[in-house]
Design a protein around this ligand. Structure first.
Ligand SMILES: *[C@@H]1O[C@H](CO)[C@@H](O)[C@H](O)[C@H]1NC(C)=O
Ligand SMILES: [Zn+2]
Length: 417
């Protein structure tokens, strides 16, 4: 239900939602936006649609700075969202409903269409005050983040078009904060998919013998689980955040000999398989984890094989961990901090993000990149039913970006950065 309060931003918010249907549909041409450039063009900004993969456009918006010899700033947002189950929502997830209490219910309200519109509205306000940026500002709206970004941000940052932008600093999405401190992320964990397979002696279900496939697999699962506990204990003891340890969680088990009614119950299978979602903090040595997998989790002596699918980079082009400095070695960090303070905001201790965003592709190029979404006092509802954002929080976020854009784009010292 819409209330009758004047809320000029909602149409653009709703437009953005309509431009970006959830995944299974976005590859069809019928859902392509008819005129994706209009909101930015109304601000007099230069727009370009880049299509590195057919039907997966990236919209690049540019506000030219007065000193093109300085590196530019990039504000990134992904335009896709995860799907929603409308029957489990109190409002239609793809309508951007504003309730009388000021909650904007929409898939993507937090993740991350809010920032896409806030970038543009902040520029609108700065232009209205005749602000002229020194550094050029780019905004990119990329596809496919939710499915790994391979056809989205990954292709974009590896393109000549990106190179020509001479990007010196990037802001990408962050996450909501449940208190009044803004959260900022300087690294993501890197996801690995691990599949372990056991082979073993088949036999009658009544026989007790060693080295069955199920036994071999279950031994591995116990060992992996002990490792999981050791990591989780560190978190429970308050010595590290969830995102600072290696997480390993079982996500599938596959075994048994199918029968018309389920599984054959008197046969011990000769093969069994399990899948794990692993997340590695940026400081993890991937070789050590691989060694542990090869020697302990899926050793050949136990007739185990394994497959690791690395879902993205772990190191930057120089072989350094994928993390952005949060000390004096990174001049952007202090400018960013000061901008938040100037906006009257408080910044929480910088964090590693538990999950993964497009930021890793920019960090891979060695470009300082922070994850930031200006949402305070907001429950974390990304990918959840009834995702919402309060209008007041949304509007406050525009002001915060005004300060950020003003400060970063006026920052001249990092000429060589
Ligand atoms: C591994 O497979 C070989 C050949 O089938 C078998 O002889 C051996 O007992 C198996 N070992 C284990 C630990 O399963
Ligand atoms: Zn997101």
């Amino acid at each position: 239900m819409f209330n009758d309060r004047h809320f000029p931003l909602l149409p653009s918010f709703a437009l953005l939602l309509l431009l970006s249907p959830p995944h299974p549909r976005h590859i069809t041409t019928t859902t392509r936006p008819r005129n994706p450039n209009r909101p930015a063009q109304s601000l007099g900004l230069k727009t370009r649609t880049l299509e590195f993969v057919p039907n997966k456009p990236t919209l690049l918006i540019t506000w030219q700075g007065s000193n093109p010899s300085l590196s530019s700033l990039l504000f990134n947002s992904h335009l896709d969202s995860v799907p929603a189950e409308p029957s489990k929502w109190t409002h239609p997830p793809f309508s951007a409903t504003l309730t009388p209490e000021g909650k904007i219910f929409a898939r993507g309200a937090q993740d991350d269409k809010c920032i896409a519109i806030q970038y543009l509205e902040a520029i609108r306000n700065l232009k209205a005050r005749n602000f002229v940026p020194t550094r050029t500002i780019h905004i990119s709206f990329v596809p496919d983040e939710e499915i790994g970004g391979i056809d989205g941000a990954d292709k974009f940052v590896k393109s000549n078009e990106f190179k020509d932008l001479d990007v010196g600093f990037v802001l990408d999405e962050g996450q909501a904060s449940v208190n009044d401190e803004f959260r900022v992320f300087y690294a993501d964990r890197s996801p690995w998919n691990l599949i372990i397979k056991a082979r073993g002696v088949p036999g009658h279900g009544s026989r007790m013998y060693d080295n069955g496939a199920m036994e071999n697999l279950m031994n591995s699962i116990e060992i992996i689980n002990r490792f999981r506990d050791s990591q989780f204990d560190v978190v429970k003891a308050g010595k590290a955040a969830n995102s600072e340890v290696i997480s390993v969680n079982p996500v599938f088990l596959k075994a048994g000999i199918p029968s018309p009614t389920g599984f054959v119950m008197n046969m011990q299978p000769s093969e069994a398989e399990a899948g794990f979602d692993l997340r590695l903090p940026p400081t993890t040595d991937p070789e050590l984890v691989k060694k542990r997998i090869a020697e302990e989790w899926a050793p050949a002596v136990r007739n185990m094989t394994y497959e690791i699918i690395e879902k993205g980079p772990l190191r930057d082009y120089m072989g350094r961990p994928l993390m952005t400095a949060i000390d004096d070695s990174n001049p952007w960090w202090s400018v960013f901090k000061q901008a938040i303070a100037a906006a009257g905001g408080k910044l929480a201790k910088p964090e590693i993000l538990s999950s993964t965003t497009d930021a890793r592709f920019m960090r891979q190029l060695g470009i300082p990149t922070f994850g930031f979404s200006p949402m305070t006092n907001t429950p974390i509802l990304l990918h959840d039913h009834n995702e919402f954002l309060k209008d007041t929080v949304f509007l406050r976020g525009i002001e915060v970006y005004e300060h950020i854009i003003r400060a970063l784009s006026s920052f001249e010292e990092a000429g060589s950065v």
